[in-house]
Design a protein around this ligand. Structure first.
Ligand code: FAD
Length: 391
């Protein structure tokens, strides 16, 4: 091999990087460290919550990456020694690297909500913001909710993983209620002053499809949660519901936290090679980074970061110049019912004067109206990105 690359995290970002380095330069040895035995997709997981898909339909194996010669290590990366250039593992021997890619996604700041420090990590209060057991558990609790019961979803301040995701979840749960528990309600407790993404499209769908079912509250940050009494406390009032889904504030996944530079939450990177502004030579991608304006924390973006970084890593290890003006894109589809979907899209280009990525004027945009054709596109997009990252 002409170089050794270790990738931490086999999500949308890390899996893509590992695969594309091997595709573009098979002389590089790539080791992917991932704690989970299978990939479970957050995109489409809201349909599992609402009962329109099963978890098995959003679960994929990792063995497709082995076919590209990626070495899969199922373990927990516990620390990075930036001096020695090695990644320590919970069980296996430390992995030395020439270049490192860190793609751990997010971890939750449970401690920012009083009362959640134990109940959050233990899964007694659900976030279901990492697809997996909590996704099916939230589904089960929704099924157990009596007709007339109130489901409350609390949204942290932006930026958080998947800006439209909580509104999508509220929409598809409302669709489930409309069909099966018509007296039930969805209460959205948004810490933000307004709907963060696709506002007009969501509000229109809620008014037309779910009148009287969805109640939206802005500036409704949950600061404390009384687990026993099942009451959420805001800055000025208490919120009552039968079932709470509390999405806590987030920060870069734990292994990346020594690299955090922005707001105690996110890893600052430069946007030509996604190298940490703190430790050069260490590339950080996906949800863990402090994004440039307009760039959401999405699987689509993590996949794009992964390709830019694969290209940069190959260039560095083969002594070629790096691409100095990357362009990346984003499209986020959201289901507003079991079939109808809306999207938002954008393109982000390196700007040499501002030394960051800026949205390209006139590129991207929003759906004109919710429609079923985009429901077909959304499911095709998911199948394609899973295939692109994992097979
Ligand atoms: P992840 O995909 O979370 O991957 C990180 C991986 O690293 C995980 O597999 C984790 O197990 C592993 N890991 C972390 N730390 C360690 C460690 N120390 N050792 C070993 N392994 C480790 N995005 C879209 O583009 N479109 C959508 O429609 C969409 N819908 C969404 C709906 C919901 C409900 C949610 C919650 C998210 C949605 N997203 C969507 C957002 C998308 O899931 C994330 O932006 C994306 O997963 C980020 O990719 P990532 O590679 O940064 O992190």
């Amino acid at each position: 091999p002409i170089g050794r690359v270790v990738v931490i995290g086999g999500g949308f970002g890390g899996a893509t990087t590992a695969k594309y380095i091997r595709l573009w330069e098979p002389r590089i040895e790539v080791t992917l460290v991932e704690r989970n035995p299978e990939f479970i997709s957050c995109p489409i997981s809201n349909l599992v919550v609402a009962g329109y898909k099963n978890l098995s339909e959003i679960t994929l194996p990792y063995d497709g990456l082995a076919k590209h010669g990626v070495k899969l290590v199922r373990d927990e990366a516990t620390a990075i020694d930036f001096e020695k250039k090695e990644v320590r593992l919970a069980r296996g021997a430390a992995l030395p690297y020439d270049r490192l890619v860190v793609a751990p996604g997010v971890d939750f700041q449970f401690e920012k909500i009083g009362g959640l420090a134990e109940a959050g990590p233990a899964g007694r209060v659900l976030h279901a913001w990492k697809a997996g057991p909590q996704t099916t558990e939230l589904r089960a609790r929704l099924q157990a909710l009596p007709d007339g019961g109130v489901f409350a979803i609390s949204i942290p301040r932006a930026p958080y993983r998947c800006p439209p995701g909580p509104y999508e979840r509220a929409s598809v749960v409302a669709a489930y209620f409309k069909q099966h528990k018509p007296r039930s309600k969805v209460l959205i407790l948004d810490a933000n002053p307004d709907i963060v993404s696709k506002k007009g499209l969501f509000v229109k769908a809620w008014n037309e499809l779910y009148p009287g079912i969805i109640e939206y509250r802005a500036n409704a940050e949950v600061v404390e949660f009384d687990v026993r009494g099942n009451v959420a406390k805001g800055q000025v009032e208490d919120y009552k519901a039968d079932l709470f889904n509390i999405i806590p504030p987030q920060q870069a996944g734990r292994i990346a936290q020594p690299l955090i530079t922005v707001n105690n939450q996110w890893v600052g990177v430069e946007f030509q090679t996604w190298e940490s502004t703190k430790v050069p030579g260490v590339h950080v991608i996906g949800d863990a980074i402090a994004a440039a304006p307009g760039m959401p924390k999405s699987g689509f973006q993590a996949n794009n970061h992964g390709k830019v970084v694969a290209d940069a890593v190959v260039a560095r290890l083969t002594g070629q110049p790096v691409n100095e003006s990357p362009i990346i894109a984003n499209t986020c589809y959201s289901f507003v019912s079991d079939k109808e979907v809306v999207h938002v899209a954008s393109v982000h280009k390196w700007n040499a004067e501002q030394k960051t990525l800026v949205p390209v004027a006139g590129a991207g945009g929003l759906s004109a109206a919710r429609n079923e054709l985009e429901g077909v596109y959304a499911l095709s997009w998911a199948r394609n990105i899973w295939a692109d990252a994992l097979t």
